[in-house]
Design a protein around this ligand. Structure first.
Ligand code: SF4
Ligand code: SF4
Ligand code: SF4
Length: 363
């Protein structure tokens, strides 16, 4: 399906590592049957730069042709019609390489082996038995050109994997191994968020697709396999309320424009760009609009950030340390602000010019 000699090989053996250059058509096989609320799929529909429509209609120059298969967005009525491309990929019959996207956390089937299942995706055509998410991942991940985890559940386990859970849930890299490598030579690509910020996910997907087309290097990922350019900064570094923090102006309740650290915001230690980017189309962004950051993008979420709405332990110390500095800075800025809030005295409508203009000035 590609335009050079490597393309023919891709058609015969979709997704081989040595064929990573020049893929011009690709499937995205999206499975949201992890322990999931489908919120990441819903969130993705809000992407606008580019939108899903731009992607599937081929409006983005230089990308491979994309065949997106997602149950919410599928025109099929479901059942075997919907499952056909997944089954073809399991058999190795899919006509193009594919990217496997998993949404939701991965339960541990081993702890109940032979005694039911935690979550499934279709039924075995021969036995009629449910086919577990784990079975699909085992079948598809080794054949996939790239494997992408969408949302905090799929990346690190998320809410379903908190202490005391009965399912033994985990993230995709915990399941496949953090050293997993796809047919395209990539590790699992993690895009956390509960749900994903739609442009974050779309940007990452576009980078992977340009890489598949042979026109971009692999996406740079950090030690938790997150895109570095999206998760390299903290919430605090992008928060509209940062200046309140610096001036030690802290909110005591939620009906305040001041810094929310004392009402439970973990922003200073959380990697997330949502305050800069907004939830969708630049709108919202947790602390910017009054919501404390509870660390939903983080590997330790939710346990490390509970109980929510209590002041984080580090927040007590840092807000105490900044108090004397903040009080002085706030006062000095107040004085300067008062000063620059007046017009100069030479702006008037009297008969005499007092601006300092010298009509006899010579060079
Ligand atoms: Fe739902 Fe959040 Fe899990 Fe996504 S990460 S499936 S939005 S609970
Ligand atoms: Fe930092 Fe949170 Fe305060 Fe914003 S509200 S400045 S992220 S502590
Ligand atoms: Fe999650 Fe905090 Fe980012 Fe909001 S700001 S999306 S709570 S990590």
């Amino acid at each position: 399906m590609t335009t050079d000699s490597s393309t023919a090989e891709v058609s015969e053996e979709p997704g081989r590592a040595e064929d990573r250059q020049g893929i011009d058509e690709i499937h995205i096989l999206w499975i949201s049957e992890g322990m999931s609320c489908d919120g990441d799929t819903v969130s993705l529909t809000a992407a606008g730069q580019p939108s899903i429509e731009d992607l599937v209609l081929g409006l983005i120059p230089g990308l491979p042709k994309v065949n997106l298969v997602n149950k919410v967005l599928s025109p099929s009525l479901g059942g075997e019609d919907f499952l056909a491309p997944y089954r073809a990929a399991v058999r190795g019959d899919l006509t193009t390489p594919f990217i496997l996207v998993i949404e939701g956390s991965i339960p541990n089937q081993n702890i109940i082996e032979g005694d039911g299942y935690w979550t499934s995706f279709g039924n075995d055509p021969e036995t009629g038995e449910p086919q577990t998410l784990n079975w699909w991942i085992d079948q598809l991940a080794p054949k996939a050109w790239a494997v992408v985890a969408a949302g905090t559940c799929a990346t690190f386990g998320g809410i379903h994997a908190m202490a005391g859970n009965p399912t033994g849930c985990m993230g995709l890299a915990d399941y496949l191994g953090w050293d997993f490598t796809s047919q395209g030579g990539l590790p699992v690509v993690n895009v956390p968020g509960c749900p994903i910020q739609p442009e974050n996910f779309m940007e990452t997907l576009i980078w992977v697709l340009y890489h598949a087309a042979g026109s971009a290097p692999p996406p740079p990922l950090d030690h938790m396999l997150r895109p570095q350019w999206l998760f390299g900064k903290t919430v605090h570094e992008g928060c509209d309320r940062g200046s309140y923090y610096e001036q030690a102006s802290f909110a005591k309740d939620y009906n305040s424009p001041k810094c929310l650290v004392k009402t439970g915001c973990w922003g200073p230690v959380v990697n997330c760009n949502v305050p800069k980017r907004g939830w969708m189309a630049g709108i919202g962004g947790c602390p910017n609009v009054g919501g404390i950051c509870i660390g939903c993008t983080m590997p330790g979420f939710p346990d490390a950030f509970m109980p929510f709405m209590d002041e984080p332990p580090g927040g007590t110390l840092s807000s105490l340390a900044i108090k004397p500095y903040g009080a002085v800075v706030r006062r000095l800025r107040g004085l300067t602000n008062e000063l620059v809030n007046h017009e100069p005295k030479w702006r008037h409508n009297k008969r005499k010019l007092t601006s300092g203009y010298d009509p006899h000035w010579r060079p």
